[in-house]
Design a protein around this ligand. Structure first.
Ligand code: PPE
Length: 307
């Protein structure tokens, strides 16, 4: 089966196998009902070789997602970390995206997964800028989606469950079909939630406002950027936001493992600030990239060697 992704060796239930052999049955429960949980992690080259960024936090969030979905068995956080490091080592890549996935298998079909086994894989591949090099340089052009973020009594929004991501897929497809880079989702009352795969930050009068909403994923990049900004002397104030407050921001940016720190230059055809990537945003992007590449000693604890 041809894939445009070159993942090399993939960790499948305890062994490393070539990508072509890392396959599942079409009767896989997760394929029919979205009953998988996943993580997105990155490894970066550092002066001491490949290092995984905030591996423990990602492993723990994966297991929290599994617990939320009610998976009866799962690896331990240390087993997840081991699998990630072994997969990176086996492929000899120092710069890669890492996708651990737990899913209900093909042992039975029907909505209830009581008789389905939980499987575990880790794949790694090269993944450059998430929204394109142009978005990083000049700022992403985004729209407010007509799709709303699911409320927490409909889907467990704190969990990275496969099925939840249909919401993100629809929002992202809508934005791309209209020629934009990404979609921002509001909640059912109109408050800003997050991007289809990113958390949002506003800058106003030199103050950093991480957008807060109870339906958002507890982003690890968001937490990292907040800590970096504080360590660099910025005032950081988590804040709920409305759509109009985005329009009048001095600067706006998105963060995520895949997106890293991506400036936003336009929302709903309105220029943000100067209509370019904001200067403070670009400084924070550089500071984030310094931390993930091991060039900032203050954040050395965030790196796990993988070589
Ligand atoms: N919100 C959502 C909905 C989300 O999917 C992500 C990550 C974030 C916020 C940021 O979380 P964190 O990575 O912990 O900072 N999105 C992942 C999936 C991207 C994809 O296309 O797949 C990611 O960035 O890896």
């Amino acid at each position: 089966m041809a894939s445009g992704i070159d993942a090399g060796l993939i960790w499948m239930d305890g062994t490393l196998v070539p990508q072509e052999e890392a396959t599942v049955s079409v009767l896989t429960h997760a394929l029919h009902y979205g009953t998988s949980v996943f993580e997105g992690i990155r490894a970066y080259p550092t002066a001491d070789g490949a290092a995984v960024f905030r591996l423990r936090e990602h492993a723990e969030r994966l297991l929290q997602s599994a617990r939320i979905l009610g998976m009866p068995t799962m690896p331990t956080a240390s087993e997840v970390e081991h699998a990630v490091v072994e997969t990176i080592k086996a492929n000899g890549r120092s710069d890669c995206y890492i996708r651990p996935l737990l899913w209900f298998g093909p042992e039975s079909l029907g909505v209830g997964p009581q008789n389905n086994e939980v499987h575990f894989m880790v794949a790694t591949w090269s993944w450059g800028t998430y929204l394109g090099d142009e978005a990083v340089k000049s700022g992403a052009r985004v729209i407010t989606s007509s799709w709303r973020r699911s409320p927490p009594d409909v889907l467990p929004t704190k969990a990275k469950v496969g099925g939840n991501y249909v919401n993100s897929v629809l929002a992202n497809m809508e934005a791309r079909a209209q020629g934009y880079d990404e979609a921002i989702l509001l909640d059912h009352q109109g408050f800003v939630a997050e991007g289809s795969g990113e958390n949002l930050f506003v800058i106003r009068d030199g103050v950093l406002f991480p957008v807060v909403h109870s339906v958002n994923l507890r982003g690890i990049t968001r937490d990292s950027v907040m800590q970096i900004a504080e360590a660099n002397g910025m005032t950081v104030r988590e804040s709920a936001m409305t759509r109009d407050e985005l329009y009048t921001a001095d600067e706006l940016f998105m963060v995520g493992t895949a997106a890293e720190v991506t400036p936003i230059s336009e929302v709903d055809r309105r220029a943000i600030g100067s209509g370019q990537a904001g200067p403070i945003t670009l400084q924070l992007r550089e500071a984030y990239l310094a931390a993930v590449h091991g060039r900032d000693e203050r954040f050395a604890d965030w790196l796990t060697p993988a070589q």
